[in-house]
Write a protein that binds this ligand. Structure first.
Ligand code: GLC
Length: 550
């Protein structure tokens, strides 16, 4: 008997050793919180860290596993936290360092993970390093610069349009800002900068944070000689191609040094165990793969692919997307599926506020091979508000307010990010239950009486109940998180239907998504499955249906 048990344990051990070990962040689900808009615990009209802590049970009960918080570090809030004035302190309106520690601990108590948002490319002009640079007058002092300075601007354009060079009258030189004028870029070619920023990273890793989402990570290095960017006919940057404003961003974006830095950052994280790094990168799949870590996926390990933010609600679109992604990001790579975030239109708005379509999109996102990243309120169907650019608190809205709105409407975008950052809709009480303050930092979207957590939790046909149901299926069946994906050829399926199989060992599920307006009958393993219009089905190998009718 003892010998049999011994043999069994040896077999189990060797299978475990032989199976490629997937890092936890390759089989998680991410829930993005925009702290300012999530929950206001102290009634000042602004969401805060204690507010997030109060709502952790909700996030856990819904079924999400990892939380990504947009920045709550000390900041003048000119870009609402993406302009950091101290990486090792918390902005007082959000709380204190001990609140942040409590948040990390409370998340861990629930068996969940938490990642912070690291803005490594630039800082606020209020960070003391920038103030020190301004004081550097002599050549010797300037050797120590933390930022990128020039006597005369070259032709480089910022990512938001116009020259990115900003004049400092005190220093009588120009500093480089990739994004907005009050966000000067750090000079990573100075080893002291790199050391100081990696120390900031370690500061949080030591406190137990499970990793970082990395803000505009692919911009970190710029050409050392500040050579002019070449001309291009491209006018507006897009998801697959960051060039624009009549220039190829050859010397400002996606430099090999930034890709090498991804590996360096990974090795810093490895000092602390398995930590997640999720990069914000603008570029095509080839570029994304380089940041992820070429062949071995030993760089960031996870990188957003923003091409899908502008998805088309069509089976053919998703078939091509998945087939391309499966080809380009096979194991050990893991794609990230994202349809909404704090910068772009919410998916619900793109879906014309159609709840049935939103259910289908969630079913896709939660059953396809990849890490799903959701934006707060996406699970309830929160949509964009419409706020005149002139009223926009968002600096991008202010920069773009001179242009007529219809241009952006035609492009299906909004430069006023306030519209998609409105407070979380918790219930149908005053301020949607977000805050007790008479005035909230942004007004609650007027649809909150019908779209809110309380109402939807009590309704088994709601979007929230559906999402939580699908999350449960995903969390209980490893085939969805760790299994392979096999697309069913389109010719074997009726028109407007997308289908794929997820397999892990003997576990196998077939997912069918009917994007069309007509009910469809699909033959799978000799059985006919009815898939109603704008609905999905998840079928086990034994033919069991895992989803309710909705
Ligand atoms: C990223 C952030 C965005 C921010 C910008 C500058 O794109 O997602 O919100 O404004 O970087 O940090």
């Amino acid at each position: 008997m003892k010998r049999i048990l011994f043999c069994i344990s040896i077999i189990l051990l060797t299978t475990k050793i032989c199976l490629p070990q997937m890092p936890w962040y390759h089989h998680t689900t991410i829930y993005q919180i925009y702290p300012r808009s999530f929950y206001d615990s102290n009634g000042d009209g602004i969401g805060d860290i204690q507010g997030i802590i109060e709502k952790l049970d909700y996030i856990q009960a819904t079924g999400y596993q990892t939380i990504w918080c947009s920045p709550f570090f000390k900041s003048p809030q000119q870009d609402f936290g993406y302009d950091v004035a101290d990486y090792c302190d918390i902005a007082p309106e959000y709380g204190t360092l001990s609140d942040a520690q409590q948040l990390i601990d409370e998340v861990h108590k629930r068996g969940m993970k938490i990642v912070f948002d690291m803005v490594m490319n630039h800082t606020s002009v209020e960070l003391p390093w920038f103030k020190a640079d301004i004081e550097h007058k002599t050549q010797e002092d300037r050797q120590k610069d933390f930022y990128i300075w020039a006597d005369k601007p070259n032709n480089w354009k910022s990512m938001t349009g116009g020259s990115g060079w900003q004049y400092s009258p005190e220093r009588k030189q120009y500093y480089w800002a990739s994004f907005l004028p009050f966000q000067p870029d750090l000079n990573y070619r100075n080893p002291e900068v790199k050391r100081a920023m990696l120390d900031n990273v370690r500061f949080w890793l030591k406190r137990g944070v499970d990793g970082f989402r990395l803000d505009i990570f692919n911009v970190i290095y710029k050409d050392a000689a500040l050579r002019d960017n070449p001309f291009s006919w491209k006018t507006v940057p897009d998801e697959k191609n960051p060039n624009g404003f009549f220039q190829k961003f050859k010397y400002t974006i996606n430099l090999p040094e930034s890709m090498a830095f991804a590996k360096e950052l990974r090795s810093v994280c490895n000092e602390f165990g398995d930590r997640m790094l999720l990069g914000e990168v603008s570029g095509n799949r080839k570029i994304i793969k380089k940041f992820s870590g070429e062949e071995k996926n030993d760089g960031l390990g996870l990188v957003f692919n923003f091409e899908m933010l502008r998805f088309k609600f069509k089976a053919k679109y998703f078939h091509e997307l998945v087939s391309g992604i499966e080809q380009d990001f096979p194991e050990p790579f893991m794609p990230v599926y994202v349809f909404s975030n704090h910068d772009r239109r919410r998916s619900m708005k793109r879906l014309n506020n159609d709840v049935q379509k939103a259910k289908l999109l969630h079913l896709f996102q939660l059953t396809v091979r990849g890490v799903p990243c959701m934006y707060y309120g996406e699970e309830t169907g929160m949509t964009d508000a419409r706020i005149p650019f002139k009223q926009g608190l968002d600096p991008i809205a202010q920069k773009m307010k001179k242009y007529p709105r219809f241009i952006f409407d035609l492009a299906g975008e909004t430069p006023n990010r306030d519209e998609l950052r409105t407070p979380m809709q918790w219930d149908s009480s005053f301020n949607a239950g977000f805050s007790k303050s008479a005035k909230t930092w942004l007004t609650v979207n007027e649809d909150y009486v019908s779209v809110n957590v309380a109402k939807e939790s009590g309704d088994k046909n709601s979007l929230l109940s559906y999402v939580s149901n699908v999350l449960k299926i995903r969390n209980e069946n490893e085939a969805f998180t760790k299994g392979s994906l096999e697309l069913i050829p389109q010719k074997e399926l009726p028109q407007n239907v997308l289908g794929y199989k997820r397999k892990l060992g003997s576990e196998e599920f077939t997912v069918l998504l009917n994007f069309g307006k007509k009910n469809k009958a699909v033959k799978i393993n000799g059985k006919v499955i009815q898939v109603p219009a704008l609905s999905g089905a998840v079928i086990s190998a034994s033919g069991l249906s895992l989803l309710d009718k909705n």
